[in-house]
Write a new protein. Structure first.
Length: 76
């Protein structure tokens, strides 16, 4: 199944729905830009769908601490 965009904030994140759940793709880096694709837990999905500000905060946390989230990253 091709991932379907659920929410997007330009140059910040895209929330995808996949066949197995939701993945938040966050643009990270400074001089070299890259994406971290983080599968969300059920609690994170519920929070994100209830309040889009939650995604802003989570994306900011991922951008500030990419090494902390890197082990969760997957390929889309």
């Amino acid at each position: 199944m091709t991932p379907r965009k659920v929410a997007e904030k330009a140059w910040t994140y895209i929330l995808y729905e996949t066949g197995t759940g939701h993945v938040l793709s966050v643009l990270c880096g400074g001089v070299g830009m890259y994406e971290l694709n983080i599968p969300l837990t059920a609690v994170e999905v519920a929070s994100a769908l209830a309040d889009s500000a939650y995604l802003d905060g989570l994306a900011a946390e991922i951008r500030m601490h990419p090494r902390q989230f890197a082990p969760r990253s997957v390929t889309l």
